[in-house]
Design a protein around this ligand. Structure first.
Ligand code: BES
Ligand code: MG
Ligand code: ZN
Length: 494
């Protein structure tokens, strides 16, 4: 992880590879967001020539015989009136990526003085943007093709007292990176057993973490018929991974459930090959939960949280579970499997019912790449949120507003549950094909009973085809910051 340091004044700054100067846009022209008269010589040319107009995330990199830097990067922040913490994040990310492209290792960022938002907010935005965009997954590339990372950025104008969140946000960003690493890696490497190993390794970080694994024979004993059915075609066994973090009274207990499909072929209801090639990401919910548990352990937050991960592969083969067959869930309800590709809701149903019955939760939040339909509804940057509890929705939406992980609430429209009726079982696992994300959520609702519950369907935002802002290629790590922010907000209420 890169080091971010504060530096009190411009004249005190250390030498670095590049000086980053931020600008706002005013009447289509760039105006400096800082008041350093002596710097004007650095940027008068591109401004008078109109080559740089400070559009949001606009970059101009040039070379100077500066005393402490040989390069200057002009960074556009857009209009001052539209400047938010999220803009601070995305523009810092744009600068980070531009520097990484040139294999630059160190920079000094002259922080804006003329922003309309509180100093702490944009400082935090800048640091988050830098941490989150300074990530690469290139272990499969030859050494000289690997991307370069920034190693140190100094924030000019920030004193240590302005950066109280720095250590905290670095730990959170490491959680995000861990989650991205798990999603980006090969499905053949990130098996259910590997997820269990990663979970187990969290015990070393804190004595407040305890990990329990239910192996196949335990799942049989517990009668988790749906998780077992989904997993029966794979050469690796299904597991239920339970990560307990106990740092406060269990009277307030949040359970986070993450879909852990280490690969989703669709099973016998096979996916077309072009829909399959991102399906190593079908454990992104599990990765978000594991990343969050790591952050909790390292921040030592006063909370009681359990992560529950049904982990398995939805494989195709002679032992695969079969369309038309009926399986009995942990809760007891039977399910006619009309499409083996609607497997996420099956494994989550058992994990949710187990959580309700065994863990005495105050609330459950599940996160899952549950449907492709959610990206039809909301596009690839927004996740669907479903819930049976208004106050829970409010807190999750507040957390999302702060972290920039976009969510939009979708309805648990009860009438559609008719579609889940089966002629031969208690439920079937798909509806008529319309409102696919709602049907997935309604299916899950059958297994949570009256517990306050929220379901995040990020079949949209768990994975991006192309990098954007502080999201790097493929895995976004969405969920980790959201959960940490949410959990911190409820720990403060107590
Ligand atoms: N893992 C997929 C959902 C998914 C698809 C996530 C694309 C991200 C990108 C899930 O298991 C699935 O296959 N859902 C089906 C449900 C359908 C069969 C009712 C879907 O969305 O097509
Ligand atoms: Mg599927
Ligand atoms: Zn799936």
């Amino acid at each position: 992880m890169m080091k971010i340091v504060g530096c009190k004044s411009f004249s005190n700054r250390k030498s670095s590879d590049c000086l980053i100067l931020p600008f706002f846009q005013q009447e289509k022209k760039a105006v400096p967001a800082f008041s350093q008269k002596k710097l004007e010589g650095f940027f008068s040319k591109p401004l008078t020539l109109g080559d740089f107009t400070a559009k949001t995330a606009e970059i101009l990199l040039f070379y100077e015989n500066g005393q402490k830097e040989e390069r200057v990067l002009l960074l556009g922040l857009g209009k001052a009136s539209e400047f938010t913490q999220e803009v601070a994040r995305t523009t810092a990310a744009a600068a980070c990526l531009a520097l990484r492209n040139k294999k630059i290792k160190s920079a000094s960022y002259l922080i804006p003085e003329l922003a309309l938002i509180p100093k702490k907010d944009f400082l935090r935005g800048i640091t988050e943007g830098l941490f989150l965009s300074n990530y690469a997954f290139d272990k499969f590339k030859v050494e000289d093709q690997r991307s370069s990372l920034l190693s140190v950025v100094s924030l000019i104008g920030a004193e240590p007292k302005d950066l109280p969140f720095l250590a905290h946000d670095q730990i959170v960003a490491e959680g995000v990176h861990m989650s991205r690493d798990l999603v980006n890696d090969n499905a053949d490497n990130i098996t259910p057993q590997k997820l269990a190993e990663v979970a187990k390794s969290l015990e070393k970080l804190s004595s407040k973490i305890k990990v329990r694994i239910l192996h196949k024979k335990d799942l049989q004993k517990e009668k988790m018929g749906l998780l077992l059915a989904v997993g029966q075609g794979a050469s690796v066994d299904p597991l239920l991974i339970i990560v307990e973090y106990r740092a406060s009274s269990p009277s307030d207990h949040t359970v986070l459930v993450g879909k852990g499909l280490t690969y989703d072929t669709g099973g016998l209801s096979l996916k077309p090959s072009t829909s399959m090639d991102t399906m190593k990401s079908d454990m992104a919910g599990a990765a978000a939960v594991l990343g969050t548990m790591r952050v909790l352990a390292l921040l030592d937050l006063p909370l009681c949280v359990t992560g529950v991960i049904p982990a398995t592969e939805n494989a195709i083969g002679s032992r695969s579970y079969k369309p038309g067959d009926v399986h009995r869930s942990y809760l007891g309800k039977t399910v006619e499997v009309m499409n083996t590709d609607a497997e996420g809701r099956l494994v989550l149903a058992d994990a949710l019912a187990y959580s309700v019955k065994k863990l005495k939760p105050s609330r459950i939040i599940d996160i899952a790449t549950l449907t492709g339909a959610v990206s039809i509804a909301l596009g690839e940057e927004i996740a669907g949120l479903f819930s049976n509890e208004e106050s829970l929705v409010k807190k999750i939406e507040e957390a999302s507003g702060r972290t920039g992980e976009l969510l939009w609430r979708l309805p648990l429209h009860g009438d559609y549950s008719e579609q889940l009726k089966s002629d031969i079982a208690d439920l079937k696992n798909i509806g008529n094909g319309k409102g696919g994300s709602i049907l997935g959520a309604l299916f899950l609702k059958e297994f949570v009973e009256k517990i306050p519950w929220a379901h995040i369907d990020f079949g949209s935002s768990a994975w991006l085809a192309k990098p954007k802002g502080y999201y790097t290629t493929h895995a976004t790590g969405v969920g980790v910051r959201l959960f940490v922010e949410f959990l911190e907000s409820i720990s403060q209420k107590k």
